[in-house]
Design a protein. Sequence first.
Length: 659
Amino acid sequence: MGAAAHVPRAVEDAPARVARWKRSLLDLSYANPLLKLKPASTAFLHVPTDSLGVLEDQVAAGRTLMLVASDDIATLNTALAARSAADVDPVALRKELVDGHRVFVTLTAREASTRLKGLQRKAATAREETGSDTLYLALGTLEWTERGREGRAPLFLVPIRLSGGRGQRGFAVEQDPTREVEPNYCLHEKLRNDFGLDLPELVDPGSDDSGIDIDGSLSSIRRRLLEHGAKGFHVEEVAGIATFQFSTLGMWRDLQDNWQVLADRPVVKHLVESAGRPYLDPVPVPEPDETAEATTFLPIPADGSQINAVRWAAAGRSFILEGPPGTGKSQTITNLIAHCLAEGKKVLFVAEKPAALEVVQRRLDEAGLGTFSLDVHGANQTVGAVRTQLREALEHSAQSSAGWESLRATYRNVVQSLAHYPRQLHEAGPAGLSAWDARQIVLDLQSGVSPGTPALAVERRVALGLTPVEALYEAAGRFGDALQSIGIVPDRSPWRLAGVPDGGAADGGSANAVVLDREAVVAALSRLARAESGLGGEVARLVADLDEAAVDPFACWLDSVRAGVGQHPAAAATLASPSWRQHALDAQRAVEQFRSASAGVRRHFRPEVVEQDLSSLLAQAEGAEKKLFGKKRARVAVLAALEPYRRDGAVFAPDKGET
């Protein structure tokens, strides 16, 4: 490498982590075109000797320069021996540049068209994907060799626009006024870190009447290289059009110039000094607000988590908002910006690709907030356009409507009233369960119950916790044991829900209690006995001894069922004796036998007929059949007695003896 190999390295004054960030933002390898221009992706220009500064002055003056292929020299008044621009006298080329505003590329017509169209496509793609222009005119190069690898880095980068190339229209270049001339910071850092060379002219080249002072800067760079004894380095006065990525250069410059200011921020300070350890945000989490939906400025509808993100951002708390595409991140960012604007805050929204910026910008425009947003990296953004937008934002005003404030207050009251619902739904009650938990338990229990199972009614006293649930469970357990001890399966016992009520209304109990009409029960049993006594059936025998005293215990049980109040299990033994079930079965069989025997009668008459004196009517009918005279009249008398109980459709013919 020569004498430059032992030049002391530059000392980095930034913390180690900041220095690591800076190195990651600048690619100092030879794969970076800022350190090694790629001939295949660069359109080099024929620049006459000592005319590099003239070329820069023409571009800086705002002139449009036509690009001409090297083999298109027909318009030049040159010697017949010249076949390309390389063979043309430098004076003639300089005259074409200054007077004709034409500059030759080092490519043939076909090669030039292909190369320049490729540069146009690359620049357009970078603009769409990153929002930044990458097309530059490189002026001058520094060339060297390091361990067998050659470096060829551009010195100064002038932003340009490349137009033309369609139809018969030729290509042309002009300076892009929306961008500034860029020093090659990668080259500056490469020389400083790897070779210990500090060339301040790379960063501050100075200026002349038109743009930068190219000639003076090149002379200064050559002189400093000699002063440092940097052998193997030499400066070339060449120019070329190429694309260069500066997507991370802005961040590198911020770290280079302002890392101390950035490190004052709590998050940056933590990353610099305490990397790898949990970050304790000094900003507290905002207190829950049931009316946040109404008090937060939300031009776009949002759910609870999105509203929390907006409130956290407004409070200044750091957080990460994650979510797959389509989950409302751009809507949340729009609401966040709108709410912070309403609170008088400034918001910087940064995205890797311009598409994300455009979505949020469009939503802000739809919400009427586009006037207050500034597209810092707009493709057509100029200093004048920025000034105009700032003036419009400062002069913009909107009057507050009393109707709007009233509507907003009404909405806040509605939201506040609705906010009580989830709390009451999930708040534990006297029994230790919330309404939600109790409902879930009921659903779980119902899922295991077979269809047709009677529903279990729970008294209000139990639900409110006035009666301990534990005591209820204990009583139910004793009741089950009592039923088992008397030989009855609990889930099949006809008395499983029976009990004694706590007294009717007359006894000071519930006014809504339903009490069985005992006298009506006794009267019904008596009628059943009388109706069947003539037949001498089993039913009459079973109910013969039932009077009001015998019915009363059973009535108490039935009253308990209808009133929803249980009785102590020990009382079951007084009613459900071992012989009770057999008596009930015998009575059931007797009823079935009676129904079978009386099927013929019930086919023509309603069941109430059994309450009549059927034996007497039967005797009258038999006597009528024995008469020789007046038989029909006797039959009609019998049928008249039965007429009130005849079923519809039953027909009798007295004259034919059909009785």
